[in-house]
Design a protein around this ligand. Structure first.
Ligand code: C2E
Ligand code: MG
Ligand code: MG
Ligand code: MG
Length: 289
């Protein structure tokens, strides 16, 4: 029902209607226009080596520059996109644009500058029978090698059934990397990790927050962070710690076995041109010693 309502261009306000629901319906209607009118763009957040600070990858994040609301957060419009089914064309746009941009960086800076790039993929996209074909087309049209693409999925998205499991194995067989996003917050299960063709675990920010303090609760977070890194090592998965906001966190995570991190302290999400400038600066840096 929500899906059908979302497809209507206008929903008249009725007293008692929940404001957030109304907001989602309006956003749903406006999102279609946003897709047609190029109001969406991507920003890229570096994934950085905690050892030497070099950029090793990027996550692409969608932004909506709304003509009157200004910048709308994906946390606000991704749920509306999922409810209305617009997540499929939106996700296709994000995938194609990420592949195109990553192929351009590879051509400009060579194979070692940014090793991998990846968008977030919603559960709805994984359930779409056309998803694998969309990925194949995005790679073919951009010329991006499959092993340069990382798809970020949440645990709850990959937990659902045979069809999704087949899709994931098809993607894995093509050489595409799969990352488990926000790890530790969902329905994490060890059997999932055994059967899922994951390459990367992204430790959720909630375990990183406060991890530099040695008071009672952060100690529990440290224990989780260490357990996740040890598990990843045993299963030969890479790890990325998310949401690093200060040097103390970066240092502590390194001690706990993390070699890669992401967060405002390391680099904020930025427009492609800004990341291009950063990559040029990194290329021109002479490593001393
Ligand atoms: P996510 O995939 O876990 O992405 C990380 C989010 O954390 C991003 O928020 C990023 O800007 C933010 N972040 C990174 N470092 C820090 C930090 O040090 N401190 C804090 N406070 N935040 C940090 P953003 O871009 O607002 O995206 C929020 C969520 O929306 C994403 O979480 C992802 O689940 C979803 N999302 C974003 N873009 C897309 C997309 O293209 N498709 C889909 N399906 N979902 C998307
Ligand atoms: Mg993500
Ligand atoms: Mg994440
Ligand atoms: Mg997160």
């Amino acid at each position: 029902a929500a899906k059908q309502r979302g497809k209507a261009a206008f929903v008249r306000y009725r007293p008692g209607m929940e404001a957030p629901v109304l907001a989602h319906i309006q956003l749903g209607g406006e999102l279609r226009r946003a897709l047609d009118e190029d109001e969406l763009h991507l920003v890229y957040q570096p994934i950085v080596s905690l050892e030497d600070g070099r950029i090793v990858g990027v996550e692409s994040l969608v932004r909506w520059n709304h003509p009157t609301r200004g910048l709308v957060s994906p946390a606000d419009f991704i749920p509306a996109a999922e409810r209305t089914g617009l997540i499929i064309p939106l996700g296709r746009f994000v995938l194609r644009e990420t592949c195109r941009q990553m192929a351009a960086w590879l051509a400009e800076f060579g194979p070692d500058a940014v090793q991998k790039a990846g968008p977030n993929v919603s559960a709805h996209q994984l359930h779409d029978p056309g998803f694998v074909a969309d990925v194949v087309a995005a790679l073919a049209d951009s010329g991006l090698p499959a092993d340069r693409l990382v798809l970020e999925l949440t645990e709850s998205a990959v937990l659902r059934g045979q069809q999704v499991s087949r899709t994931l194995h098809d993607l894995d067989a093509m050489g595409i990397k799969l990352a488990l996003d926000d790890f530790g917050t969902g329905e994490s299960s060890l059997s999932l990790l055994r059967s899922f063709p994951a390459a990367i675990i992204k430790l959720d920010k909630s375990f990183v927050d406060g991890i530099e303090d040695d008071t009672a609760d952060p100690v529990a977070r440290q224990a989780v962070a260490r357990a996740v890194s040890q598990l990843a090592q045993a299963l030969r998965l890479d790890t990325v710690a998310e949401g690093i906001e200060n040097q103390g966190q970066a240092d502590r995570l390194r001690e706990l076995g993390y070699t890669l991190g992401q967060g405002f302290h390391l680099a904020r999400p930025m427009p492609a041109a800004q990341l291009t400038a950063l990559l040029a600066a990194q290329r021109d840096t002479v490593v001393v010693g």
